[in-house]
Design a binder for this molecule. Structure first.
Ligand code: ADP
Ligand code: G6P
Length: 736
C-alpha cells in the first residue's frame, strides 16, 4: 500500500536530553501544529530533524531516539552542530526567513550558509530516497527544504512530489536580490505541485519563474520541456474540533481541576469584572510586530486614558531561534519596552502588560484564548497566522473580538475580523476602542461566519485538497489532450511507415527540429540535423517538406543547396528539389505599410522586441523582453491589430513569443493540404510546436499522424517533449 511521506525540518515533537534521559515536547509553529493533525496512522511517515545534533547524542542513545520517534510515526535526519549552524541558524533563518518576510536589511548573503543549505537539503533528500517506495507520495514542507524536490526528482523521475511553502513568497523585486535565486527556483520545480497560502504568494512565485528562468507559464501551469508543474493556493486551516472541544472541556472544569493559570485568570476577572483582557500569542519573531504592538498599546492608553486600569495586555512570546542575532536583539528590545511601559503606567491595582517569555502547554494556550475578550495579532508579515484561527475556534459562546493585521495570510479569509495595518497606530487605537465597546450581538454575528468557515475548511480538508490536486496533476488529468508518443505508439507508427509506398512528411523548423535562440538567425541547423534530413530526403518513397514561418532568404541559405523541399512564410513560397522559391499563394502585401508603423511603436515601447520583415508578412518578436511585460504588450498589440485590421484579408497569428501579421489566405494548413492533393500518399506525417502548426493538425486528413512538440493544448493526436525527442523519433524512421 502506498504511504505519504511528510518531510520538514521540524518534526511534530522535539527531543531533549535531560539528566541522561530523553523527553519529547511538542513543537510550536504553524507547520508542525497544523500538519500534526494530518499525520496519522501507518500510512504516513514524517521525516525531519529531531532537535538534537549528532554531538548532543551520547553513545548508545541513537537507537532509543529512533524508537521514541517511531512511536510518533517519525524518522530522523542526522544533523551535526555545523549543519544546524549553517543550514538552520544560517541560510534558513538569517537569509531566507528575513528576505521572504521583506526584512531585506536583516538578510545575510553568506556563501558558507548557502553551501551548508545545499549539503543539508541533500541529506534530507537522501533520507527520502532511502524510505520512499515507487508509489509513495512525497510532501516536502517549507523554506528550509526548497532544494529537496529537485534532488529527489533527479534520482526518481517518476516520484510524486508536492511542495508547500508556509511563509510568504516575496515579490520578484525582493526575491531577485538573492544571489542563488535561480538554484532555489529550480530546486522547487522538482515538485509536481507547489502550494502557497495565498494567491498573492503564488503570483509572486510565477512572476519570478517567468522572469528569472524564462519559462512559459500559462495560468498556473509552468511548462518544462518534459513536465507541467502546477502552482496553486491552499490556505491552511486548523484542527477546528480539537480547539473547540478543548475549550469546552476547559470551561467545564471547576475549582482545583482548573490549571494554575486559569485560576489566576479567573481571580483577576473576579476582582475587576469590567476589565478587558487582550491577548497576543506569537513566537518571539521580528515578523510578528510584537514591539510595534507594545508601542501601539502605549499610544492607545495615551489617546484614550479612560481605559487605564480597564484593560490589560497579555503577551505570550514563545522563545524561537534564540541563536540568531536579530532574535537576541528583539528579546532585549521587548524586555526593555515592557519594563518601561509597566514602570511608567502601572498603579497599585494595575499592571498594563503581563509578559510571558516561555512555551506553555496546550491546556494553558486554551486558557488564554478562552479567557481573553480580545485577541490582537499584528504581524508585519506572516505567511498565514494560525493563532488567529485558533482564537476564534475556542470561542464556544461565540463572543470575543479578533483584531488582525492585514499583512497576515489569514486576513484574506477572515474578513469579519477587525483588520488593521500594524504600522498605523491611530487606526489601531481606534480599533481597540471599537473592540472593547463592541456589543455582544455583533461579536457573535462576526464569529458565527468565521467559525463556520474554519469548521468547513479545516486542516484535514486543506491537506486533502492538496493531495487530490497533486494526484490528479501526476496523472496528467486536464493537462494535455494529446497522447504521449510512447514506445508502443511509436512502434505502431513505424509499422505503418515501413509498409507505406508513398510517404509525405511536414516538418516545422523552430522549436521542432531546432531549439530557440535569442537571435533567430543564430538558430541555424547543426551537422546532426543536416545528416538526419539528408537521410530522410534520400529515403526511397519519402517526400520531405520543411514547413516554416521563416523568410525565404534564410531558408535558401541554409537548405537550398541540400535540395530539400521547403514551404516558407507559412505557405507563401515553395521550393522543390533545389529550385528557386516560387509563389504558392497569390498574396497582397499592400497592408504592410500601414501595419509597420504600429509594430514599430511597440518596438519603441518594449525593450528587447524587434520586427522581422518578410516578403508578405510582418512578425513582432518578443522572446527577449521581460516575460511579464512582453506578454502584456502582446495582448495589447493583439487588441490594437484586431481593431485596425477589421477585415478578413489579414490575420494575426500568435506564435511562440512572436506575433505575426499576414494575409489570411496563407497558412500552413492550406499549404500542406495543397501539397497533399498533388499525389497519392499513403502515409502523411506533420510535426510542429506552435499555433501556426495547429492549422496543419486541423486541416490535414484524419489519417495523418500529427505530433505536437511540447505539452500545450493541441489538436494533434500525439505529443513529444522537446527537440531532442523529435530527432529521436525521426531517427526511428530512418533506421527501420
Ligand atoms: P508561526 O508558524 O509563524 O509560528 P502561527 O500563528 O501560524 O505562526 O503558528 C503558531 C502555532 O504555534 C499555533 O498553532 C500555536 O497554537 C502554536 N503555539 C504558539 N504558542 C505555543 C505554545 N506556547 N505552546 C505550544 N504551541 C504554541
Ligand atoms: C514557521 C515556519 C516553520 C517553523 C516554525 C517554527 O511556522 O513556517 O517552518 O517550523 O515557524 O520555527 P522553528 O525555527 O522553531 O522551526
Amino acid at each position: 500500500m502506498s504511504k505519504t511521506i511528510i518531510i520538514s525540518n521540524r518534526l511534530p515533537v522535539q527531543l531533549q536530553i535531560s539528566d541522561g534521559g530523553l523527553s519529547a515536547i511538542p513543537s510550536v509553529g504553524g507547520l508542525a501544529t497544523g500538519m500534526k493533525s494530518v499525520h496519522s496512522g501507518s500510512e504516513s511517515l514524517w521525516i525531519g530533524w529531531s532537535g538534537l545534533t549528532d554531538e548532543d547524542i551520547p553513545d548508545g542513545l541513537s537507537e532509543t531516539i529512533d524508537s521514541a520517534l517511531k512511536q510518533h510515526g517519525c524518522s530522523k535526519v542526522k544533523l551535526t552542530k555545523d549543519d544546524v549552524d549553517g543550514f538552520y541558524f544560517g541560510f534558513s533563518n538569517r537569509t531566507v526567513w528575513p528576505l521572504f518576510h521583506y526584512f531585506l536589511e536583516y538578510s545575510e548573503f553568506e556563501l558558507d550558509f548557502w553551501n551548508s543549505y545545499k549539503a543539508v537539503n541533500q541529506k534530507f533528500a537522501d533520507a527520502i530516497l532511502e524510505e520512499a517506495g515507487d508509489d509513495d507520495i512525497i510532501w516536502v514542507h517549507d523554506y528550509q527544504l526548497m532544494l529537496v524536490p529537485q534532488m529527489v526528482k533527479e534520482k526518481r523521475p517518476n516520484a510524486t512530489i508536492g511542495f508547500f511553502l508556509h511563509i510568504p513568497f516575496p515579490s520578484y523585486e525582493i526575491f531577485r536580490t538573492l544571489p542563488w535565486r535561480e538554484e532555489v527556483l529550480e530546486g522547487l520545480l522538482g515538485a509536481d505541485l507547489i502550494g502557497f497560502h495565498t494567491y498573492d504568494y503564488e503570483r509572486h512565485f510565477l512572476s519570478s519563474v517567468r522572469r528569472l528562468l524564462g519559462l512559459d507559464v500559462s495560468f498556473n501551469d509552468i511548462y518544462l520541456e518534459n513536465r507541467v508543474i502546477k502552482v496553486d493556493s491552499f490556505p491552511m486551516g486548523i484542527d477546528y474540533n480539537k480547539f473547540h472541544e478543548a475549550a469546552k472541556k476547559s470551561s467545564a472544569l471547576k475549582g482545583k481541576q482548573r490549571s494554575d493559570l486559569q485560576i489566576k485568570l479567573d481571580e483577576h476577572k473576579k476582582s475587576a469584572p469590567d476589565t478587558k483582557l487582550i491577548v497576543s500569542i506569537d513566537r518571539l519573531d521580528y515578523s510578528k510586530g510584537i514591539a510595534k504592538r507594545i508601542n501601539a498599546f502605549e499610544y492607545f492608553l495615551n489617546k484614550y486614558p479612560e481605559y487605564k486600569e480597564k484593560v490589560r495586555l497579555i503577551i505570550l512570546a514563545v522563545p524561537s531561534r534564540s541563536n540568531v542575532p536579530q532574535y537576541m536583539l528583539l528579546k532585549r528590545e521587548i524586555d526593555e519596552l515592557v519594563g518601561r511601559i509597566n514602570g511608567e503606567l502601572s498603579t497599585v491595582n494595575w499592571t498594563p502588560i503581563w509578559y510571558f517569555y516561555r512555551s506553555l502547554p496546550f491546556e494553558n494556550l486554551i486558557d488564554l484564548y478562552t479567557s481573553s475578550d480580545i485577541a490582537w495579532l499584528t504581524p508585519l508579515r506572516d505567511g498565514m497566522n494560525l493563532v488567529a484561527k485558533e482564537y476564534v475556534a475556542t470561542r464556544t459562546d461565540k463572543t470575543g473580538v479578533l483584531i488582525l493585521s492585514e499583512m497576515a495570510g489569514s486576513a484574506y479569509e477572515m474578513n469579519e475580523a477587525l483588520l488593521i495595518n500594524p504600522n498605523n497606530f491611530e487606526e489601531q487605537a481606534d480599533t481597540l476602542k471599537q473592540a472593547i465597546t463592541m456589543p455582544k450581538e455583533e461579536q457573535m454575528a462576526r464569529n458565527m461566519f468565521l467559525q463556520n468557515r474554519l469548521k468547513r475548511y479545516n486542516v484535514e480538508v486543506w491537506a486533502n485538497e492538496f493531495m487530490n490536486s497533486l494526484k490528479s496533476q501526476k496523472q496528467g488529468i486536464g493537462t494535455y489532450v494529446s497522447q504521449k508518443m510512447n514506445n508502443n505508439i511509436l512502434e505502431s507508427v513505424s509499422v505503418k511507415y515501413r509498409s507505406a509506398k508513398k510517404r509525405l512528411l511536414f516538418l516545422d523548423y523552430d522549436g521542432t527540429l531546432a531549439g530557440f535562440h535569442k537571435d533567430p538567425q543564430k538558430a541555424s541547423p547543426d551537422d546532426e540535423l543536416y545528416q538526419l534530413l539528408d537521410q530522410l530526403h534520400q529515403q526511397e518513397g519519402t517526400t520531405l517538406f520543411l514547413i516554416s514561418g521563416r523568410d525565404k532568404e534564410t531558408f535558401s541559405r541554409w537548405f537550398l543547396p541540400k535540395k530539400y523541399n521547403m514551404i516558407v512564410e507559412h505557405g507563401v513560397w515553395i521550393s522543390k528539389d533545389g529550385e528557386e522559391f516560387k509563389l504558392l499563394e497569390k498574396v497582397n502585401g499592400d497592408w504592410m505599410e500601414k501595419i509597420q508603423p504600429v509594430l514599430e511603436s511597440f518596438v519603441d515601447r518594449t525593450p528587447g522586441s524587434f520586427i522581422e520583415e518578410k516578403n508578405y508578412s510582418l512578425a513582432w518578436h518578443y522572446r527577449n523582453t521581460d516575460p511579464d511585460f512582453g506578454n502584456k504588450r502582446a495582448t495589447e498589440l493583439n487588441t490594437v491589430l484586431t481593431s485596425l485590421i477589421g477585415n478578413d484579408d489579414i490575420s494575426v497569428l500568435n506564435g511562440n513569443k512572436v506575433m505575426e501579421v499576414k494575409s489570411s489566405n496563407v497558412n500552413k494548413g492550406r499549404a500542406s493540404v495543397r501539397i497533399l492533393s498533388e499525389d497519392d500518399y499513403d502515409f502523411v506525417f506533420a510535426i510542429g510546436d506552435d499555433w501556426t502548426d495547429e492549422f496543419m493538425f486541423q486541416e490535414l486528413p484524419e489519417s495523418t499522424i500529427t505530433v505536437k512538440v511540447g505539452l500545450q493544448k493541441t489538436q494533434a493526436k500525439y505529443h513529444v517533449e522537446g527537440t531532442k525527442k523529435v530527432r529521436e523519433l525521426l531517427k526511428h524512421f530512418i533506421n527501420l
